[in-house]
Design a protein around this ligand. Structure first.
Ligand code: FE
Ligand code: FE
Length: 283
């Protein structure tokens, strides 16, 4: 399917797998540098595109395009099935479908006794990848996200690739604060465009604030994992980032050999989705 091969990655999952490898639980700090040489060429190429093309102007334009939510009306479950079909058709060798990743994340959260909204967040957190339906290239759907409009953190993977980003030629955007100000609050900061930011806008009206943060910032590893960009955060952001950190291990480490049984789990999750969302929502 053309839409999902719209970039160098063999599948969207390849980026997720790469992040998992980067933050493997047993990975030592020193190994982080070695990572660069062992990464598949297509993943490097993917980051090269992502870092060169995610400008402040691009992020603003995509928000303006998608924020009115006028692309489609569909239910959560329909979005899940469409995403599954898209991703899996392009990647016959995938060992884990999108639905399975979503279910495993949710099931791990449920097993730890977390509240229902948290379990639901696990189930839906990657649904923003339906951006591929509307022809968005891989570099505008997945990848680590990062603030645009100010100097990039050195802790973003492959910082050297930002040299090809036109924003690097604009001195106003290359200061510590860029177009922002100290502790201006993350809601005033533009992040690179992708499935996190998109799903946040689609679902924010239905979910508690903790869930909104988990969805919006789950790929912003430089902020929630490497602890950078605190100078842009309000005290409230700092507190809420704790929830993003709470969520992250379920995203990274819930992958298991046993596939979740969709038929058995579906009634529980259909009820959970219906508790928070109407039958159809705007995308
Ligand atoms: Fe994700
Ligand atoms: Fe995920």
């Amino acid at each position: 399917m053309a839409t999902t091969t719209n970039g160098p990655l063999e599948s969207l999952e390849q980026w997720d797998d790469d992040v998992r490898a980067r933050y493997r639980a047993d990975r030592k700090k020193e190994e982080f540098r070695v990572y660069d040489d062992t990464t598949p060429a297509v993943v490097r190429e993917f980051y090269k595109q992502n870092h060169a093309l995610q400008t402040l102007e691009f992020a603003r334009a995509k928000r303006a395009e998608y924020e009115p939510l006028q692309k489609a009306e569909m239910g959560i479950w329909e979005a899940m099935e469409r995403l599954n079909a898209l991703v899996d058709d392009s990647d016959p060798d995938t060992d884990l479908s999108q639905i399975e990743h979503n279910l495993q994340t949710a099931e791990a959260i449920r097993a730890d006794g977390h509240p229902r909204w948290f379990i639901l967040t696990g189930l839906i957190h990657d649904l923003g990848k339906v951006l591929t339906i509307w022809g968005e290239p891989q570099w505008a759907v997945v990848g680590d996200t990062f603030p645009v409009g100010c100097r990039w953190s050195e802790k973003i993977v492959y910082p050297e690739f930002f040299a090809d980003n036109p924003d690097s030629q604009n001195p106003e955007l290359m200061t510590r604060y860029g177009v922002y100000s100290e502790q201006c609050g993350l809601e005033n900061v533009n992040l690179s465009w992708g499935h996190d930011e998109y799903l946040y806008h689609v679902t924010k009206a239905y979910l508690p604030e903790e869930a909104q943060y988990m969805i919006r910032y789950h790929s912003c590893y430089s902020a929630h994992r490497e602890m950078d960009y605190q100078f842009l955060m309000s005290d409230h952001d700092m507190e809420m980032m704790g929830w993003v950190r709470k969520f992250n291990p379920y995203d990274l480490y819930s992958k298991s050999a046993t596939k979740p049984d969709l038929a058995t789990l579906r009634p529980y999750y259909e009820e959970l989705v219906a508790e928070f969302f109407p039958a159809k929502i705007r995308w």
